[in-house]
Design a protein around this ligand. Structure first.
Ligand code: FAD
Length: 402
């Protein structure tokens, strides 16, 4: 087997040949856009260009053998350990490459679920193309009447020979408008207890009967959608897991979702955020104020704690173990810290975060502040994460609503 050193040497020559080395500025103040965002506002054209660039870069990376480093060879992976994947990620981070956030749900949640619960034909059909960036996937779980109480979904899947017929509505589906496939959770048995009557499928987002309508969020962008299903036919080999065992499938996806968000999927790394905040205080705040300094360190430490908690959970996954409530703790720590950042920035900037004072690095924080409530809801709300920690870590009585 190639050593990590040899592998890294190959990765480096690939990156040197295909991307520009990132220039690390000593100071980020006053340079480029000052918008700080977790749910960025994009025009339709900007989003289209981003998706195209993301796919193009993914295809290059995949064809060079770095697209799915830990995956099974049978489905296009390189079958190497996590150490190799981390080595590649650390190298790629030093280069300017197309952002891959539009592929996050597909790779972070849907692909691991297909690998764990898909049929052989579905794995062959979709895993390679997801990792190569040929297709993008979305997650079709939430409904107008089922979010935190996900097992209450009512979109119905009726069996019809070798096919299923799906009718119903999903909501808050991020990226449905540029996805080619989706993972959908449906009710398949009306008589069974709610967690036992669910079945999951991969659905073709371009199939007849699928209608996607955008929803605009308060940051100005439209990353979400309502998705309507009218007599949509799905072949049985697109079923994920057994009939009426969809809850197990959904848990696999949700664990991976919390890992992705808790690991900084919201685009906020401890290092870059503390650099931005330090620069903010230095240039427009009061860096001599001991309370301002103390709160900044507090934010940095909490971000690190969230990161390490997430790494513990990821290490369990890498060893083939199921992560426990670490995922919920990591997600909750990240969003709690985002809330602290919002409070901190509001104190440092005062009214300059509400009204544009035409001063670089100030009003640009408003997009972040407007995006954080969404992060506290996505992938399981803060309250639901607290319930999980209360029950599974602290051993408190079960939530009365269940
Ligand atoms: C940025 C973002 C991206 C998203 N992307 C997707 C996506 O791609 N696919 C998808 O399927 N969904 C997506 N969602 C939807 C998300 O999963 C749901 O919004 C979330 O699960 C909460 O469900 P709900 O909105 O129905 O709120 P509800 O469940 O109705 O909750 C309303 C309020 O009640 C509280 N609450 C509910 N139950 C309890 C309880 N038992 N104990 C205490 N408090 C409780 C909640 O914390 C919340 O404050 C996204 C949401 C956001 C914000």
């Amino acid at each position: 087997m190639t050593s990590v050193e040899e592998f890294s040497k190959n990765a480096l020559s690939f990156l040197e040949a295909n991307a520009k080395k990132r220039v690390v500025e000593k100071s980020v103040w006053g340079q480029g856009s000052d918008v700080v965002a977790v749910l960025p506002e994009k025009t339709e054209e900007e989003e289209k260009a981003e998706v195209t660039a993301a796919k193009k870069w993914a295809q290059k990376v995949f064809d060079a053998g770095f697209g799915w480093i830990t995956g099974p060879k049978e489905f296009g992976g390189a079958e190497l350990s996590d150490e190799y994947a981390r080595a590649y990620m650390a190298l790629e981070a030093q280069y300017d490459t197309a952002p891959q956030s539009c592929r996050g749900i597909g790779l972070g949640m849907v692909a691991p679920t297909i690998l764990a619960h898909g049929t052989q034909s579905a794995k062959e059909k979709y895993l390679r193309s997801l990792y190569r960036g040929d297709i993008i996937a979305c997650q079709l779980f939430s409904e107008p009447g089922a979010g935190s109480d996900l097992a209450g979904v009512s979109t119905f899947a009726r069996r019809d020979g070798d096919e299923w017929v799906i009718n119903g509505q999903k909501v808050w589906t991020s990226g449905a408008h540029y996805s080619q496939i989706g993972e959908i959770l449906c009710r398949s048995d009306l008589q069974a207890p709610k967690h036992r009557g669910l079945t999951a499928f991969i659905v073709d987002m371009k199939a007849p009967g699928v209608s996607v309508r955008p929803l605009r969020q308060m940051t100005g962008g439209a990353s979400f959608n309502e998705v309507f299903f009218t007599d949509v036919r799905v072949p049985d080999d697109h079923r994920l897991g057994d009939v009426n065992e969809g809850w197990t499938v959904a848990l696999t996806t949700l664990m991976n979702e919390r890992a992705a968000i808790g690991g900084g999927g919201g685009g906020v790394s401890a290092g870059s955020m503390s650099q931005r905040l330090t620069e903010l205080v230095k240039h427009v705040g009061n860096p001599k104020d001991p309370l301002v300094r103390q709160k900044l360190v507090d934010i940095y430490m909490n971000a690190r704690v969230a990161q390490y908690t997430n790494q513990r959970a990821m290490a369990k996954i890498a060893k083939g173990q199921l992560p426990g409530p670490e995922m919920s703790i990591a997600k909750l720590s990240l969003t709690e810290n985002m809330r602290r950042i919002c409070d901190y920035v509001s104190v440092v900037l005062g009214m300059r975060v509400i009204a544009d004072a035409n001063q670089w690095g100030t009003y640009g924080w408003s997009t972040f502040i407007l995006g954080v409530p969404g992060m506290r809801v996505a992938g399981g709300t803060d309250e639901v994460m607290k319930n999980i920690v209360a029950e599974r870590v602290l051993g408190l009585p079960k939530d009365a609503k269940k």
